[in-house]
Design a protein around this ligand. Structure first.
Ligand SMILES: [Zn+2]
Length: 397
């Protein structure tokens, strides 16, 4: 079993004919392959084998390259055409090469070390050894990488012994234990030991863009976009700004100012609307109290709360009333929101905690409270809750 790798000698080969050596649960083994297996922060290749979808390529036991083929329709001994999803592979080669350039430049010009790297579906991330990197430095790194891209530095490979490699100015120590080490040399930019796939020249990176940073294990992790993805993001951002300008009838230069003013107005309107709704809730409760039946001189209000009043406003209205047995409920986003308020003399009519099961079981309710106000969520309709509340109230009468 082997799947002999052809991609190191010919990283730009998009397809080849191979013979099927094994078809196992773990994957398909071929006599030779163009498909790179996942490793070193680089994703495994996709494409097709013998016309069947190739979902991933991984390294199995003993380093054998396994092709994860969906429903293989071929058998051992067959000759199959292996075709790469070239867009996918090429983007990874671009991200990987850009990472070498960036790590080399960060090391030599900014004294920033690379701890780990990851090439995602769309973005490249580099975990650094720093706990803080100012934006200005990140943009300076971006500029320097793009300069190397414009200058077009060729890449070449050298295989050297571990002993000889120790004498070279590598930016990071060699992680493999093999006798021989494969070095990736980007002329005047970077030398590193690496078993991944790269471009032939830095010019093929096309574009390198700083997208932001996040914290990982106390380190700054820098986020970059590369090549077509970088272009796509620039265009998406431009389209977003244009849409915002249209929405706010603003020019690009004044967009931020207009947006800030708009958000202030939204906050002010929300505040005033909240105050108005509080008054409406208070007036509605007063009206309900005025019409309410009395239970031992205490008004009983069963309130199916309107859509435009929220339970917080019901609570605010409730605490202003002296004697009241309130049972309020509404359905919101498929949930039943419930509230029980026992103000003044009402607290002698119902002991919420003692009647909790009887009140909440019919609506599978959860929640609680303290003092005179209890609330939570459940399922079903307000009527069910009102019915269990009145049962408790009159049952205790
Ligand atoms: Zn590499």
């Amino acid at each position: 079993m082997n799947s002999s790798p052809v991609f190191y000698e010919e990283p730009y080969l998009k397809s080849l004919e191979a013979t099927v050596v094994a078809v196992t649960e773990e994957g398909v083994v071929l006599d030779k392959t163009v498909c790179y297996p996942e490793g070193g922060g680089q994703s495994g290749d996709r494409g097709s084998v013998g016309g069947c979808p190739l979902l991933d390529t991984v390294k199995g036991k003993d380093g054998v390259i396994l092709h994860k083929v969906e429903k293989p329709s071929f058998a051992v001994g067959d000759t199959v055409l292996v075709e790469l999803d070239w867009d996918h592979r090429y983007h990874y080669m671009q991200m990987h090469t850009a990472q070498h350039v960036a790590s080399g430049i960060m090391h030599s010009l900014f004294s920033i070390g690379t701890v780990s790297v990851h090439q995602g579906e769309s973005l490249l991330t580099i975990e650094t050894d720093q706990d803080e990197i100012p934006s200005l430095t990140c943009y300076a790194i971006e500029d320097k990488v793009n300069q190397s891209v414009r200058e077009g530095h060729p890449l070449r490979y050298e295989v050297q012994s571990q002993k000889d490699v120790l004498k070279l100015p590598l930016r990071r120590s060699v992680k493999v234990e093999s006798e021989e080490v494969r070095l990736v040399i980007i002329q005047d930019v970077d030398i590193a030991a690496c078993g991944g796939l790269h471009l032939a020249n830095t010019s093929e990176v096309v574009l390198f863009q700083y997208e932001g940073q996040e914290k990982l294990r106390g380190h700054v992790r820098l986020i970059f976009s590369v090549g077509k993805e970088a272009k796509k993001r620039i265009r998406e951002n431009k389209a977003m700004v244009e849409q915002l300008c249209t929405l706010h009838s603003a020019q690009r230069d004044t967009l931020l100012e207009v947006e800030t003013r708009f958000m202030d107005q939204v906050a002010q309107t929300r505040y005033l609307l909240g105050k108005k709704s509080e008054r409406v809730a208070s007036l509605m409760l007063s009206s309900l109290v005025g019409k309410a039946d009395l239970v031992k001189e205490v008004p009983l209000v069963l309130w199916e709360v309107e859509e435009d009043i929220d339970m917080k406003q019901v609570a605010t209205a409730f605490i202003q009333v002296e004697d009241l047995a309130l049972c309020a409920a509404k359905v919101e986003k498929g949930k039943l929101l419930w509230m029980v308020g026992l103000a003044g003399k009402a607290s002698t009519l119902v002991d919420f905690n003692a009647s909790r099961k009887q009140l909440l079981d019919p609506i599978s309710g959860k929640g609680g409270g303290k003092g005179s106000l209890f609330q939570g969520v459940g399922t079903g309709v307000p009527k069910t809750f009102f019915s269990s509340f009145t049962k408790v109230l009159y049952g205790n009468d």
